[in-house]
Design a protein around this ligand. Structure first.
Ligand code: AMP
Length: 193
């Protein structure tokens, strides 16, 4: 069976984590969120966690080499997976290239990039709200939030072009109820499955 590998893309606060939950449930996929994995490493006080924290606290990207290596080792832990939801990865051109090469070496590839589109004002409001419950240091500080949005616009948004050039990019309106947005994602995925 061919694997269904989806990149769930979008700025911080777009709803990638929330929607990933819906997608893994419906399609029985493995959810790989690089942010979640870094946070688990911070909690576990690993060397990787210490390194990642120094970047995450500023809203900067963890270096590509470290992030790519970690992602590949996580994929390798699930040889039987039906496919993966990549959430928060790739975030740079180098990560996108590495992911394609890696998946190709496993005789698979990305089916689609689904990009949640949410206006910047709405993102700011959501992150402010999330800060009340997430316990995330990077949600609590407006300067760090701004930096994450800037990093997204400068370094991550161009990754969409990489997938667009392959005919794999699909924008999805990321405003509405959680269920409405899920339905849009399901429709988009069902075109590729
Ligand atoms: P997220 O949970 O996706 O919002 O990610 C939180 C933070 O983790 C980001 O601001 C980055 O510091 C770091 N991070 C997560 N994914 C990546 C990635 N693919 N490349 C580099 N840094 C990342």
């Amino acid at each position: 069976m061919t694997k269904l590998n989806i990149v769930l893309f979008g700025p911080p606060g777009a709803g990638k984590g929330t929607q990933s939950e819906k997608l893994i449930e419906r399609y029985q996929l493995v959810h790989l969120s690089t942010g979640d994995i870094f946070r688990a490493n911070i909690k576990g006080e690993t060397e990787l966690g210490k390194l990642a924290k120094s970047y995450m606290d500023r809203g900067a990207l963890v270096p590509d080499e470290v992030t790519i290596k970690m992602l590949e080792s996580e994929v390798n832990k699930h040889p039987e997976a039906n496919g993966f939801i990549f959430d928060g990865f790739p975030r740079t051109g180098a990560q996108a290239l590495a992911l394609d090469a890696f998946l190709e070496s496993h005789e698979t590839g990305i089916a689609a990039m689904l990009a949640l589109e949410v206006p910047e004002e709405e993102l700011r409001a959501r992150l402010k709200n999330r800060a009340l419950t997430s316990g995330r240091a990077d949600d609590a500080n407006p300067d760090v939030i701004q930096n994450r949005i800037n990093v997204y616009n400068n370094e991550t948004a161009p990754v969409a072009e990489y997938y667009r050039a392959q005919g794999k990019y699909q924008g999805v309106v990321g405003v509405g109820t959680i269920q409405e947005i899920s339905e849009r994602l399901f429709d988009a995925i069902d075109q590729h499955a």
